[in-house]
Every structure is written in C-alpha cells, then in structure tokens.
Write a protein that binds this ligand. Structure first.
Ligand code: GLV
Length: 415
C-alpha cells in the first residue's frame, strides 16, 4: 500500500470505536483482548492498618512515579549509594556488604539463607510463628540438616533456650525473627550474637516487621545477616529489601564450596552490582529502578525523623492502641508488655465472633484494612499494624472507633 494510504488506514483504525477495532483483530487472534483490561484501573482509598503494606505518603508515591533512568546511569548508582548508607543507618551497622535486594522481604529471607547455607550444614531455626516455619522450609530445600527450636505462638525465646539449642544441635547458622508479624511478638536480641559466635555459629535475624519500629543495633548485637522489607515502617511499596552481611558472613560466603543455587540472588554478584567489592560494577540484572527511588525516599524520611524518634512514635501509639483494645474488652494476644511488637498488635478474636466478619466489616464500612492471623495464628487473632506514617494517634482512634462499631454490629457466630 502507498505510504499515504497506510497512514490514512491507521488513522481510520485509531479513530474507529474500540469494538470495531477488536472485531478486526478477532479473525486472526484466538485470544481476544481481555474485557477487564479495557476498563480503567481501580484503586480505592483505604487506610492500610494490617501487617503491611502500609500506606505510602505522597513524597514516596511521587518518587515511584518519576520518569525512568537507565539502571547503570550515574544518577541511579548514586541512588543505590544513598540506599546503602540509609540501610547502614537503619540497621546501625558499618558493614560494607549492605544493599537492597530487588524483591520483597521474603526474597531477602531467601537471599540470606541460600547464600550462607550449604548442603548438609546444620541450621537451627527458632520457630514461634510463620517466619521461622518459612525459614526452616527454605533451609530444607537447600539440603541443610534443619533443627527446630519451638515456642508456642505469642512467646519469645530466652538466651537460655537458645544456648540449649546451640549446645544440643551444634548448628553453623541460627535463624531467628525479631518482629514476628504473625503473632505480634518482639524477640529480645541482647546477647544472642555473642552466644552464637561462642558456639561457632552465625546469626541471621529477620527484621521485616520490626525495622524502624523497635531498636536494633546490628553491629553491637553481633548479628551476621540482617534483612528487612520496604513496605512496613519505611512506607515504600513492596519490591526492594534491605539486607546486610557482617564480615564473618561475607567471608563464609566467599569460602563456599559450591555456588549458591540462585544466580539472581548470588551475593557475590550483587556485592559487585552494588559497588560493595571495590571492583568496577558489572551488569547483573536490570534493577527495579522506581522501587529504588521509593526505598531511597523511605530511608531518607527515616533519617530525617531519626531512628530514636521513630522507635518512640511506634512505642507510644502501640501503647495507646493496646489500652484502647483493653477498654473495648478485648484480650491482647501477647501477655508481656515488653514482648509486644510496637508495629503490629495482635488481639484475640473475641469469643462468639467470626474474625472474617470483623475484618470485612471494617473494610466495607470504614475503608480500613486490619488482618486475621497468619500461619499458626489463623483463626486466633486479629492483627493491627501501625507503621511509619500510619503510626499516629488519629489512626489509633479511627481503628478503635471502627472496631467498636464492628463489635456492636457483627453477627455473633452460631458456632
Ligand atoms: C506479612 O508480613 C504478614 O505478616 O502478613
């Protein structure tokens, strides 16, 4: 066809109503354009007071909506360097091998385990909720000999529990969760790193739910691998996950007998990509650049607020929420006050109520998300998250008001 004719035909096609254009395509295509994709994207306004993600403030939203740059452009490398020092601040560490995984907090858990653990290593996992269960599952998939140290959901491990496990099982790695989001427990970390090192073991700590909400001092507490996520206190969308390795952990990774079973998460490659090994940076994967922009802003907001202020905000609003829940006649799941995670509060499902009706009521009538239990706490608890910019006195009042309404209106279950 002549050029002008092609142009005219294509103008006519783009001016034609959608239905006609699809009809033209349908002779050739067996799979038609899905009707649902022809409708506009629907994103309602909600207050996200579950265990995460939490709402994203305008500054971080704007960062994730910025125009793309090439992932190896100097400005993006600069953003990655900003992220690195931001994580060092948030973790209170000077570890060189500090970076963000291109993935969620769960991906960082996989990265921690699959880089450190080799076939037949003995891994001791402290299990008092879903994250210990997950870590044990991942370590088994890696061919490790996995031993579990068990506590009922809602309880934490004492240094004596840990020492007993170390003596009995002689592991080379101990995994423990600082903020158990499934049960609302905050695990004390004091002395655990030293204890592990005395027994020739390295310590991995999951701080996905606790970072920025409860004190953590990676270097002082002698933690070997610490990781978190972006979607909780940092208020960024899920998709990039802070992680850091002590010198001992880094050396163990460099001495591995076998390659880690994932190329994408191989820390030797990622160390180079993030400029942590002193070598010129090489291409490894195409980073989620806008996710890095938003993580950078989340870390910047934490640095501006100050870690100690952030811990204090979370402590104060968690205490206000706990008092309000008790005033409603509800029972907190974690008995000891000091063992309560300041970011996610768990409350027992009240007798005679169906937890699903309560969460649905809050969503339908108040546009507030709270969540039921997860893993071992399913059916037992409701989980209320107050994280980062969502941790405010006003939000405590809003969720308490909505819960009072739910307790009044939700049908008592016939069970
Ligand atoms: C996710 O982190 C959850 O606890 O639901």
């Amino acid at each position: 066809m002549h050029c002008a004719a092609v142009l005219l035909a294509s103008r006519a096609a783009s001016a034609a109503p959608l239905r006609t254009r699809h009809a033209m395509a349908s002779n050739l295509l067996h799979v038609l354009p899905p009707q649902r994709l022809l409708r506009p994207l629907a994103v309602p306004e909600r207050l996200l007071l579950g265990p995460g993600p939490s709402n994203v403030p305008p500054r971080i939203l704007a960062a994730s909506g910025r125009q793309l740059l090439g992932h190896m452009h100097p400005e993006v490398l600069q953003v990655m360097d900003d992220i690195k020092v931001g994580i060092q601040y948030a973790f209170q560490t000077q570890n060189q091998l500090t970076l963000a995984i291109s993935g969620t907090g769960h991906c960082a858990m996989e990265a921690a385990l699959l880089n450190l653990v080799e076939h037949d290593d003995t891994v001791l996992v402290a299990v008092n909720g879903i994250w210990g269960q997950r870590a044990a599952d991942i370590a088994r998939r890696l061919g490790a000999s996995v031993r579990e140290l068990l506590k009922p959901p809602g309880e934490y491990f004492t240094p004596w529990d840990i020492e007993e496990g170390l003596v009995q099982h002689k592991p080379s790695v101990l995994f423990i969760t600082h903020g158990e989001s499934s049960t609302g427990v905050l695990q004390p970390l004091e002395g655990l790193g030293k204890l592990c090192h005395r027994h020739g073991c390295l310590l991995i700590v999951d701080a996905v739910a606790s970072l920025g909400g409860a004190p953590i001092f990676m270097d002082q507490q002698e933690i070997d691998i610490l990781y978190s996520g972006s979607q909780k206190v940092l208020n960024a969308p899920p998709g990039s996950a802070p992680i850091s390795f002590s010198e001992q952990a880094r050396e163990k990774i460099l001495r591995r007998k076998t390659n880690p079973p994932s190329f994408y998460l191989d820390m030797r490659w990622l160390a180079n990509y993030w400029g942590c090994d002193g070598e010129p940076r090489r291409y490894h994967h195409t980073a989620p650049i806008n996710s890095f922009f938003s993580l950078r802003e989340g870390l910047a907001m934490l640095a501006e607020l100050g870690l100690e202020n952030s811990w204090e905000h979370h402590r104060v609003h968690c205490a206000q929420l706990c008092q309000g829940l008790r005033d409603l006649g509800l029972e907190l799941f974690v008995k000891e006050e000091k063992a309560r995670l300041p970011t996610i509060t768990t409350v027992r499902v009240p007798e005679g109520y169906d937890w699903k009706e309560i969460t649905a009521f809050l969503m339908d009538n108040h546009a507030i998300e709270i969540s039921g239990g997860l893993g071992p706490s399913v059916g037992k608890v409701l989980r209320i998250g107050l994280m980062g910019c969502n941790s405010t006195s006003r939000n405590v009042d809003r969720v308490l008001h909505a819960l009072r309404d739910a307790l009044r209106c939700c049908r008592r279950s016939r069970l």
